[in-house]
Design a protein around this ligand. Sequence first.
Ligand code: AKG
Length: 211
Amino acid sequence: MSIALQPSLFDAVADEVHVSALAGVVQRTELSSGAWVDVRPGWVSGADELFARLAADVPWRAERRQMYERVVDVPRLVCWYGEGVPMPHPSLDAARTALNGHYGAELGEQFRTAGLCFYRDGRDSVAWHGDTIGRGQREDTMVAIVSVGEPRTLLLRPRGGGGQALRYPLGHGDLLVMGGSCQRTWEHAVPKTARPVGPRISIQFRPRGVA
Ligand SMILES: O=C(O)CCC(=O)C(=O)O
């Protein structure tokens, strides 16, 4: 797959992909109902290289789903790496190891799976939802999202809406972690945009039984 990407200035000089330390630099925002969100901008350096590798090497799948009487295209490409399945790039193992080192004690378990989503342009999106398939419906958990490629806005709002959504533009190696009750008391979305935006890949690390 060949997709044009505007490189960030930082990545113009980064020739390898690596993750930096998290302790003391992740910024936590407490939300309502025991939910929280952590943000670490630019966590992955060499993120444009990682984007290019993932865009080319991951066996992306287009999905279709039933929507009322029609079957429609899911507006993004996906690929799922379950427990024990080799990651498509060694830096994703490094990222997961670093996340487990930083969050393992608080989470009480390990991040194990990786879901990858490819937003090709502003028409690709994901609607409001919480990751409530599985344990996220009943239990506090964490979902860690690494974003590479061009920034897209991830919105967060209390479940059911109301009030101003929080906006997080995520791309070029940014990390965002949703924790506590976030998956069942808040919802997130990546809306479509009419702005000319380049492609973004989202890598979501989750513990076992959360999807
Ligand atoms: O694109 C993102 O970072 C969000 C992905 C997401 O919410 C999901 O796949 O459940």
